[in-house]
Design a protein around this ligand. Structure first.
Ligand SMILES: C[S@@+](CC[C@H](N)C(=O)[O-])C[C@H]1O[C@@H](n2cnc3c(N)ncnc32)[C@H](O)[C@@H]1O
Length: 234
């Protein structure tokens, strides 16, 4: 089990409380959908069902919905229905599409694809499954000042790398880059959030002493997030 999956599983119950930014992101992603009905939808990294819930709220109809996630704990909290299928698998696994149908009308993915270990492989696979991808992907601008202060590189892709790879597998795409900030009463709360939100996964682990020093020198009262919204057509 990779560190990321373990982290998401460990915090599955608390995830809903700590995912304020991801909640906003999923809401925006779904509100931007152009149609009110889709035949089949695949949600990559569905988690506990933010995307599904927003589809319901916006009365966006679908005949079938597949929730795909590598954490069984997250999937167990996903809404259930006759037309919802859950698939527990890892999109970094070379054979992940074997568990899916051959074609979907639309692929949605909110706050998950930044964990692709091989973007080329992931996007190539997704573009073969559906002509349409609407995704929100965190970029390396997330925790920008924190990374700079700690002198570490972001573990996730740059906005530029994401756009380039998407245009390799889709004929056209609209991109919109959004930044979010999350304010905290104390630096301690901020670091507790980073730990619990699951967004810290994959980063170089700092020692207790290094973390203490970072908490002292971090100059802001807020955390920065940068998200690339993608509407791609094959
Ligand atoms: C930040 S959460 C977002 C969940 C949901 N889409 C939302 O908007 O609230 C990221 C989700 O991606 C899943 N995930 C991360 N890496 C994955 C992988 N390699 N394969 C499948 N799911 C993965 C995690 O288990 C987690 O549920």
């Amino acid at each position: 089990m990779s560190t990321i999956i373990k982290e998401f599983s460990r915090f599955a119950q608390q995830y809903e409380q700590y995912n304020m930014i991801q909640t906003e992101v999923a809401k925006r992603l779904v509100e931007k959908l152009p149609n009110t009905c889709y035949d089949s939808i695949l949600d990559i990294g569905s988690g506990t069902g933010q995307v599904y819930q927003n589809l319901q709220k916006n009365s966006i109809d679908h005949h079938s919905f597949t929730a795909f996630d590598s954490s069984s704990n997250m999937l167990s909290l996903h809404p259930q229905a006759n037309n919802i299928k859950t698939v527990c698998a890892d999109f970094n696994d070379r054979a992940f599409t074997d568990l899916l149908d051959k074609r979907y009308d639309l692929i949605l993915s909110s706050s998950a694809l930044q964990w692709s270990s091989d973007l080329d492989f992931t996007l190539k696979s997704l573009s073969a499954l559906s002509p349409r991808l609407h995704a929100a992907i965190f970029t390396s601008g997330t925790f920008k000042t924190l990374h700079k202060t700690a002198n570490v590189d972001s573990p996730i892709y740059t906005d530029k790398a994401l756009r380039e790879c998407i245009l390799k597998y889709y004929e056209s795409a609209n991109f919109a880059l959004h930044t979010y900030v999350l304010e905290f009463d104390s630096v301690r709360d901020m670091f507790a959030y980073i730990k619990k939100s699951g967004v810290s996964s994959g980063e170089k682990k700092l020692s207790y002493k290094e973390t203490k020093a970072l908490m002292k020198s971090y100059p802001l009262k807020y955390l920065e997030f940068e998200v690339l919204f993608v509407e791609a057509m094959r």
